[in-house]
Design a protein around this ligand. Structure first.
Ligand code: SF4
Length: 233
């Protein structure tokens, strides 16, 4: 078991240098009807079903440092060439390195929608982070909950802390009026407990996606090692 906030700090030291952050790939991707994607390095969770390989598990030896301006320029260029309306950061956790992310958003073309795919932990830890994000009109935040409750969160991620921060981020996003939705990774058939919690937070009508886990060979191997393959099958 580990503390996700402590892992955030350790990871930040490895993937952030001043305003630069590590990335390992830039690409057009088919999700959301076409989206320019920058794959970053480093995460504050270790989800056992994660499709990212070295970018999460071998941070030191993966990727290179890029300025926020360079990342934005590459995303803007891919989007323009492909005629996309959306851009994102994937591969790791984009909220690690707040200054980098804010500067990146400042340099994204205002006619492009930036989809911030996050586990929400750092947003739930620091309300001011969401205040800073609220200055951007071309931002949509997709918070992916890892499990229906703390027990499942810990089973899926191996972390003892983080689930409550995930939930807290949703209330902060609502308070600041940001555009956001919730995605859930859960193998539980009965998600009533989670839906009750979301109701208690007072999110009103909000889109909830159930994220499908793709069992790539390296994911299957990890799940087998962790004794979780039957849970996923
Ligand atoms: S939060 Fe996302 S990137 Fe991080 S380990 Fe989990 S699935 Fe992978």
């Amino acid at each position: 078991m580990y503390d996700s906030l402590q892992l955030s700090k350790i990871t930040e030291k490895l993937v952030i240098k001043d305003d630069l952050k590590k990335y390992y790939r830039f690409r057009p991707a088919g999700f959301y009807g076409g989206i320019a994607t920058a794959d970053t390095v480093g995460c504050n969770l270790r989800c056992k079903f994660c499709w990212s390989g070295n970018s999460v598990w071998n941070v030191k030896n993966t990727g290179e440092f890029y300025s926020p301006e360079d990342v934005a320029l590459t995303l803007n260029t891919i989007a323009r060439k492909k005629n996309y309306r959306r851009v994102r950061v994937s591969g790791g956790e984009p909220t690690i390195g707040k200054n980098h992310l804010i500067k990146l958003l400042n340099n994204i073309d205002s006619n492009l929608l930036f989809i911030l795919e996050t586990n929400g932990i750092l947003l739930g830890k620091d309300k001011k982070y969401i205040n800073e994000l609220s200055q951007f009109n071309n931002l949509h935040v997709r918070v992916c909950l890892k499990g229906c409750n703390l027990e499942e969160f810990s089973l899926l991620t191996g972390a003892e802390t983080g689930f409550n921060y995930q939930l807290r981020s949703l209330g902060y996003l609502r308070d600041k009026g940001l555009s956001f939705n919730v995605a859930v990774v859960s193998l539980k058939n009965d998600k009533k407990e989670l839906y009750e919690k979301l109701k208690d937070i007072g999110l009103g009508k909000i889109m909830i996606e159930e994220e499908e886990i793709k069992l790539y060979p390296q994911v299957q191997k990890r799940l087998k090692k962790e004794g979780l393959i039957d849970y996923f099958k």
